[in-house]
Structures are given as structure tokens and as C-alpha cells.
Design a protein around this ligand. Sequence first.
Ligand SMILES: O=C(CO)[C@H](O)[C@H](O)COP(=O)(O)O
Length: 216
Amino acid sequence: MSIQIAPSVLASDFANIQKEVEMLNASEADFIHVDIMDGVFVPNISFGIPVTAAINKHAKKPLDVHLMIVNPDNYLEAFRNAGAEIISVHYEACNHLHRTLQAIKQLGAKAGVAINPHTSVDLLEDVIQDIDLVCIMSVNPGFGGQKFIENTYDKVKKLKSLINRKGANTLIEIDGGVNQQNAPKLMESGADILVAGSFVFSAKDPIKTIKELKSI
Ligand SMILES: O=C(CO)[C@H](O)[C@H](O)COP(=O)(O)O
């Protein structure tokens, strides 16, 4: 099991970002999840390529960059150069998803696809073997601190059975409202990676909270 932490939506200034990245370096988190929001695909703006590169300068863990943006193809190379090891694009933002996945892989990164709560996992059937990671959004993307959507468990189970049926090696990541209550059931349902933002960053002791989540 891996835990990914989302510092980006919560960091309010550069000094804070560095502090958060250093905390994550010292924690048991396996990746640093970086949320990129463009104010068009989602109703919020976070930051872009230079800040991702600044995070990467301090990070000792791989960056998992989640592009909540329109026209992601235009920015894949720039985010790869900024340090992204995993690049996830949104199913809903891609007209030619297969082409986009090939482009990410050609850059030497792992290719991820994120799906919004209203998007069925069945839509990934014909492309699942080309996907390294599916990020199931368990909140509507755009903001941290939202309530976990309960039908996520069924989506995870459905996706797991699709992956097994197709003999794919795709990992399942869950993003949004993850906490100590829903993490065990998510893992039982078939999740491989959990993204935790506010649950970790609002805790008194984030390093201990990450350790506890990982022990689930
Ligand atoms: O990407 C998100 C929203 O767009 C996630 O909700 C965020 O990365 C995780 O934050 P939280 O754990 O507070 O939901």
C-alpha cells in the first residue's frame, strides 16, 4: 500500500510548500501528489509548472502530478521536465485518450487517468491495458476538504474486476476525502494507492497520521 499526500491545494505560500515537502520527505509517504488546477476544468486555480519544479527541487519522493486542466497534451512535456514521474490526465479532458497515454509514456513517465465521480469505470475498458494508474475521484475535483462520496467503493470493485479480466497491471488510486474511517474499506475493495490531503494536514502530527494510515 502507498499513501500519497496532496500538499499543493493546502500550501498557501512558497515557504509553506518547502516545509510540507520536507515533512513528506521525512514521512512514510511513497509519493508526493501534486494537484494542478486551471480554473477551467475545475472551479479553482492552484499553480503550474514553475511551482511543480520548485517542489521537485526539495522532494526526495517521486512526484505524482494530477492535471485537472483542459488541453493536457500541451503541457505534458513541461510537467515531465518539472519532475513528474507519474502524469495523470482527466478522462473528461481528453479527446484522444489513447494518444495522450502514448505521449506520456514516450516522455518516460507513468501514465495515469483520473475519472470524475460521474464517469463510469466501464469507459476505460478499451484502454485499460495502456493505463499505469487510474485515479478514481471520490469528490468532485477542485477543492480539498470535501466529503467522501460513498459509491466509490463500488467503483473500485468494478474497476478491479475489469483490470483482472483484462490482465492489466493498472494500479487503483483514490483521491478525495480519504481518512482513517474509509481507508480500510477502500483497501478491501481493491485500492492500491490513497491520496490524503486535509486528513493528514489538519492532524496535530501529520507524520504519525501518515504512519497510521499506512499501517491499515
Ligand atoms: O484533488 C482533490 C480535489 O480536487 C483532492 O480532494 C485532494 O487532492 C485531496 O484532498 P482531501 O484529502 O482534503 O480531499
